[in-house]
Structure formats: structure tokens, C-alpha cells
Design a protein. Structure first.
Ligand code: AMP
Length: 216
């Protein structure tokens, strides 16, 4: 299954992608996680992306498209993948189409996760993640342990710099301008499925499975 999860920051794409990864045994490919790992490790990609991420802007399309092209060639993508946070602009979506068409392996579905705008800001402000394995927590609904050590891998749990309030506003504005047009793009291709993301994670997961497996 070749899948894209679409939706503004904070709707739970990462959480859902991790569940789908387990269920379908295909990798979650999160461009945000890849960029943060590169930033942490001080690679050339991380250095190039740093100022964009800190301002809540999109990293240039050519950088991201090259990153995805390389990632999709890895062996673990043979049976499919879940793209989380990519594409985020029309040029990225067009580049993805070209890549997949060349291989004769088009996308099956794009799942658009919807959450009311005012709820998103709260989710982002309260989000904390593990620096090592990217597992996420929420101070209100899924609080991290008091010692801020990840129960899964022991990594440090922290607040992403771009989850602070000033940057959140930028990221949401960038989503509306650059990424939201993908809803129309994919609905024109008849592969867009929309689910209500303002429910418990398990319920959102079930709705995604229902739309993916065609049970409505
Ligand atoms: P995320 O973890 O998906 O919210 O991504 C964090 C940040 O990484 C974004 O605010 C962008 O600066 C950058 N980023 C992640 N994915 C992309 C993408 N597909 N295109 C451009 N920038 C991206």
C-alpha cells in the first residue's frame, strides 16, 4: 500500500502513521523526523534545513524531493510506504507523481485528517516528543513521565522549538497557503479520503482503516 497522510501540523499524522506502519508492515516516512535527525547529527542536510525549520517555513522543494527520491529507493519501500509530512506543496506532489509513475507504482490513497483549527494550536503547544525515537506525548491527554525519559527507548522527551507559539502560527499559515491546495489536487485524482481527526487515536485509526479498506 502506498499512502500519503495529509493534514495540518498537530492533527496526529505521526501517531497514525506509526500505527499503520505496524499494521501493514510498511515504513513510515516522515520528512520532519528525517530533517530533525539530520539537524541533531549536524549533517549537510540538517544545516541546510535548520533556518527554515526554526522559522516554520518549508524547506526548499528541491532539497525535499531529492531526500524522498533517495528514501523511496530503499528496499523497505518495495511493498509500500506511508508518507507523513510529504508532499507539502503542489511541486512536491507533482514530483512524487512523476517518480511513482516512472516505476508504475502510483499512490493508492491520500488520507486527509481534519481537526478544527482552534484545537490544533492547543495540541501543538502541549506536544512533547522523544529526541531519539520521535514518540509523541501530550501534556494534557498523554503526559510524559515525570523524569522526561522516553518509556520506549530512554531518549530525552522535549518540546520542539517549532512547537512554540510564535512558530506555530507561521506553520499553520504555511499549511493554508502551500499545503491545503493538495486537497483539491488529490480529490481531482479521486484518491482523497477524509477522516475526522478530532477523536481518540484509536477511533481515528479505525476510521482510516475503514476508508482504506473501502468499508464506509
Ligand atoms: P513536521 O515534523 O512534519 O511538522 O516538519 C517540521 C518542519 O520540517 C516543517 O515545519 C518544515 O520546516 C520541514 N519540513 C518537513 N517536511 C517538509 C516538506 N515536505 N517540505 C518542506 N519542508 C518540510
Amino acid at each position: 500500500m502506498r499512502l500519503v497522510l495529509l493534514g495540518p501540523p498537530g492533527v496526529g499524522k505521526g501517531t497514525q502513521a506509526k500505527q499503520l506502519e505496524k499494521k501493514y508492515r510498511i515504513p513510515q516516512i516522515s520528512t520532519g523526523d528525517i530533517l530533525r535527525a539530520s539537524l541533531r547529527d549536524g549533517t549537510p542536510l540538517g544545516l541546510r534545513a535548520k533556518s527554515y525549520i526554526e522559522k516554520g517555513k518549508l524547506v526548499p522543494d528541491d532539497v525535499i524531493i531529492n531526500l524522498i527520491r533517495e528514501r523511496l529507493q530503499k528496499n523497505d519501500c518495495k511493498n509500500g510506504f506511508i508518507l507523513d509530512g510529504f508532499p507539502r506543496s503542489i511541486p512536491q506532489a507533482e514530483a512524487l507523481d512523476i517518480m511513482l509513475n516512472e516505476l508504475n507504482t502510483p499512490l493508492h490513497s491520500v488520507v486527509n485528517i481534519e481537526v478544527p483549527g482552534e484545537k490544533i494550536i492547543n495540541r501543538l503547544k502541549n506536544r512533547r516528543i522523544c529526541r531519539k525515537c520521535a514518540k509523541d506525548f501530550n501534556l494534557i491527554t498523554n503526559p510524559p513521565p515525570a523524569d522526561m525519559k522516553c518509556p520506549e527507548c530512554g531518549g530525552e522527551i522535549f518540546q520542539r522549538n517549532d512547537d512554540k507559539e510564535v512558530t506555530i502560527q507561521n506553520r499553520l499559515a504555511v499549511y493554508d497557503k502551500e499545503t491545503a491546495p493538495l486537497i483539491e489536487y488529490y480529490s481531482g485524482k479521486k484518491i482523497l479520503r477524509t477522516v475526522n481527526g478530532y477523536n481518540k487515536h484509536e477511533e481515528v485509526h479505525d476510521s482510516i482503516i475503514m476508508v482504506l479498506e473501502g468499508v464506509h
